[in-house]
Design a protein around this ligand. Sequence first.
Ligand code: BTN
Length: 323
Amino acid sequence: MKTRILEILRQTKDWASGETLCREMGVSRTAVWKHIRTLREEGYHIEARSNLGYRLLQAPDIPLPGEIAAGLLTAVIGRQIEYLPELPSTNDTAQKLAREGCPEGTVVVTECQTGGKGRMGRPWFSPRGKGLWFTIVLRPPVNPAETPQVTMVAAVAVAEAVRAHTGVESGIKWPNDILVQERKLCGILVELNAEMDRVNFMVAGMGLNVNVPRSEFPPEIRDTATSLQAESGRHIPRVPLLRALLKSFEDWYRLWLDEGFAPILSRWRELCVTLDCPVTVHTIRESYTGHAINVDETGALLVKTEDGSIERLLAGEVTLRKR
Ligand code: BTN
């Protein structure tokens, strides 16, 4: 009912009379008024005049399903959206929905995560209303061995959408951190549910710092994290940005399914800031230093170590060393 009122207000662009709303919805004026009141509580600025009716002045910049859907240009990604004002982790909720059979492209989004998860078991800082914390459910018809490529699909999609939508130039640190001048703007956590030879589902979670002032990052990441607001000097509306991210993800994901990893890898290499750099590598087994020289056709990082041998890194953490 609320959604329909919003649709009418959006379509009318000007005043929609109380009578029109009552007729369209088949309810009383009191019922219409109650819905308008709820919408106002959700952050919609709706003007009411006794002789004219209602007019939508401003929608809230909150990733509510109706807001995201208005103007979303995707066919699959984000066609179903689950929004909650607060969640432990959008990745965990997405996994639960995926196990229950939700369709590919379902997006879980929240204003605030109380247990946001990063890579390597780290926490992910997800303050209320200041970022985009969301997860996409995927069911790619591929071999489980190919699934690490999805993290690179996501990294390219985020870097491209951020650049096109905000003008902020970001780069990718292997495998999928989005950086602006060595500070982390966005993290991506892809989790897999598979059997030996088939993927049941994957969830691709993205945490993008949008309007987090530098001073609000916790002290332990203040020197290494950044946000779009900190980089551009302006407040960035989140809903249009989320739409652009979903569209970019859909385009790059489609390209990967249709044409394979080569076009993704080629763009990923152009955006990568790790190649040709001195790096320190930390894996579960060991740590070593060397030079990142390339990424092979599977997405593994090739590091030339100090004794001249080439290490092929499939999983781990890379830090850039000063030259
Ligand atoms: C990283 O460590 O770089 C990955 C961070 C991923 C954070 C996002 S926020 C949305 C989604 N839900 C989570 O719990 N984590 C991911």
